[in-house]
Ligand binder design. Structure first.
Ligand code: HEC
Ligand code: HEC
Ligand code: HEC
Ligand code: HEC
Ligand code: HEC
Ligand code: HEC
Length: 267
C-alpha cells in the first residue's frame, strides 16, 4: 500500500511538472497555423545585402515526403544548421535541386534559385525566397491551399496524416538523379512504447506510417539508436525540449500539446 502511494505521488509530481512544462510551451506564443513549420535562414543573406530566406514546410510537405529533403537532399533537422550557400543552389544542391528553372512538378517548371548577381529582371524571382520582412506577393495562399484538407486543432491546423491517407495530397518521395538507391530494409512492426511509469497508458508509435514520411535514415541512428526497443530512455521533458520525438513534433509535425495523439488515453 505504502509503495502504491509512493508511486502515485511520483506520477502526480511528474504530471505537475509536465503541466508546468506544458504551460510554458503554451505561453511561448503559439505560432499561427500558416507560420507553423516556417524556417527563416540568415547565415549569409543579410551580410550579402539580401533579405533572409523564408522556407515554408506546409507548402513543401504537401508535395514531397520528408525523407526526400532530409535524407536524399540533405537538409538538416535543425533550423539554420545546413549552412546553405548561394553557390550550392547554383550548382544544383539544396534548394537548387528543384529550384533550377528546369525541373517540372505537375507540369509546372519550378522557378530558379540564386544567381551570382541579381539582374533587374531577376529581382522578382530572388524576392520569392529572399522575402523576410518584405511584402512579397505569394503564389500559394495558405487558406486557399489548405481549404480542402482535413483539419486538426494544433500546428498547421491540418491533419496531415489523414490528408495523406485519404489521398488529398500525394507525396513525391523520389526524384530521378536525386534519390540514391539503398538496400531495402524490412519495415519494422508497429509497437506501443511502454511508459517508464506504471499506470500510464502506452504510447502509439507506428513504424509503418513514420516510414512513409521519413525513411529509416532520418531517425536511425541520429535520433533513435534503434538497436533495441526501450534500450535508450527518454522522458517527456526531453521531448518538450526538442529531443527524440520532439525533433519533429513541436516544430513541423503536430505539436506536443496534442497529448492524446500519442498517449491514447488521457495523461
Ligand atoms: C522541400 C524540402 C523539405 C521537405 C519536404 C521537408 N523539409 Fe523539413 N526542412 C527543410 C529545410 C530547408 C529546413 C531548414 C534547414 C536549415 O535551416 O538549415 C527544414 C527544417 C526542418 C526541421 C527543423 C525545424 C526547426 O525549427 O528547427 C524539422 C524538424 C523538419 N524540417 C522536419 C520535417 C518533417 C517532419 C518533414 C515532413 C513532414 C519535412 N521536414 C519536410 C526542407 C524540407
Ligand atoms: C524537392 C523539391 C524542392 C526543394 C528542395 C525546394 N523546393 Fe521550394 N518549391 C518546390 C515546388 C514544387 C514549389 C511550387 C512551385 C510552383 O508551383 O511554382 C515550390 C515553391 C516554393 C516557394 C514559392 C511559394 C509561393 O507561394 O510563391 C518558395 C518561396 C520556395 N519554394 C522556397 C524554397 C526554399 C527557400 C528552398 C530551400 C531551402 C526550397 N524551396 C526547396 C519544390 C522544392
Ligand atoms: C528557391 C529559393 C531562393 C531563391 C529564388 C534565391 N535564393 Fe539566394 N539563397 C537561398 C538560400 C536558402 C540562401 C542561404 C540563406 C542564408 O542562410 O542566409 C541564399 C543565399 C543567397 C546569398 C548569400 C551569399 C551566399 O554566399 O550564400 C546571395 C548573395 C543570394 N542568395 C543571391 C540570390 C539572388 C541574386 C537571387 C535571385 C537571382 C536569389 N538568391 C534567389 C535561396 C534562394
Ligand atoms: C520517426 C522515427 C523512426 C523511423 C522513420 C524509423 N524508426 Fe525504427 N525506431 C524508432 C523508435 C522510436 C524506436 C524505438 C526505440 C526506443 O524507443 O528505444 C525504433 C526501433 C527500431 C528497432 C528496434 C526494434 C525492437 O523491437 O527492439 C529497429 C530494428 C528499427 N527501429 C528499424 C527501423 C527501420 C528498418 C526503419 C525503416 C524501415 C525504421 N526503423 C524507421 C523510430 C523510427
Ligand atoms: C509526439 C508524441 C507525444 C506527445 C504529443 C506527448 N507525449 Fe508524453 N510521452 C511520449 C513518449 C515517447 C514518452 C516516453 C515513454 C517512455 O517512458 O519511454 C512520453 C512520456 C510521458 C510521461 C511519463 C513521464 C516522463 O516524463 O517520461 C508523461 C506523464 C507524459 N508523457 C505526459 C504527456 C503530456 C501531459 C502531454 C501533452 C502536454 C504529452 N505527454 C504529449 C510521447 C508523447
Ligand atoms: C523525423 C520526424 C519524426 C519523429 C522523430 C517522430 N515523428 Fe511522429 N510523425 C512525424 C510525421 C511527419 C507525422 C505525420 C503527421 C504530422 O506531421 O502532423 C507523424 C505522426 C505521428 C503520429 C500520428 C500517426 C497516427 O498513427 O495517427 C503519432 C501518434 C506519432 N507521430 C508519434 C510519434 C512518437 C511517439 C515519436 C517518438 C517515439 C515520434 N512520433 C517521432 C514525424 C516524426
Amino acid at each position: 500500500m505504502k509503495r502504491l502511494l509512493f508511486a502515485a505521488v511520483i506520477v502526480l509530481s511528474f504530471s505537475a511538472s509536465l503541466v508546468i512544462a506544458q504551460e510554458k510551451v503554451v505561453k511561448k506564443k503559439r505560432p499561427l497555423p500558416h507560420d507553423y513549420g516556417k524556417v527563416v535562414m540568415n547565415n549569409f543573406s543579410e551580410s550579402n545585402k539580401m533579405s533572409p530566406v523564408v522556407f515554408d514546410h506546409w507548402l513543401h510537405r504537401a508535395k514531397f515526403a520528408c525523407k526526400l529533403c532530409h535524407a536524399d537532399i540533405g537538409f538538416s533537422l535543425k533550423a539554420g544548421s545546413t549552412g546553405i550557400r548561394a553557390a550550392d543552389n547554383i550548382s544544383g544542391y539544396y534548394c537548387g535541386t528543384c529550384h533550377n528553372g528546369k525541373m517540372k512538378i505537375n507540369d509546372k517548371t519550378i522557378f530558379e534559385s540564386c544567381k551570382k548577381e541579381a539582374l533587374k529582371e531577376d529581382k522578382g524571382t530572388c524576392d520569392r525566397c529572399h522575402s523576410y520582412g518584405k511584402d512579397v506577393k505569394r503564389e500559394y495562399n495558405f487558406a486557399a491551399f489548405t481549404a480542402g484538407l482535413p483539419k486538426e486543432r494544433y500546428g498547421n491546423g491540418i491533419d496531415w496524416e489523414k490528408a495523406e491517407r485519404d489521398g488529398n495530397i500525394k507525396l513525391i518521395s523520389e526524384l530521378p538523379g536525386v534519390t540514391f538507391k539503398r538496400k531495402q530494409m524490412p519495415v519494422q512492426k508497429d509497437f506501443g512504447l511502454e511508459p517508464k511509469i506504471a499506470g500510464l497508458p502506452e504510447i502509439v508509435f507506428s513504424h509503418q506510417k513514420h516510414n512513409i514520411w521519413n525513411g529509416c535514415d532520418i531517425c536511425h541512428p541520429d535520433i533513435f539508436a534503434g538497436v533495441k526497443k526501450g534500450a535508450v530512455k527518454y522522458s517527456m521533458t526531453e521531448i518538450f525540449d526538442g529531443k527524440f520525438c520532439g525533433v519533429c513534433h513541436g516544430t513541423v509535425s503536430f505539436p506536443n500539446i496534442d497529448c492524446q495523439r500519442c498517449h491514447v488515453k488521457p495523461v
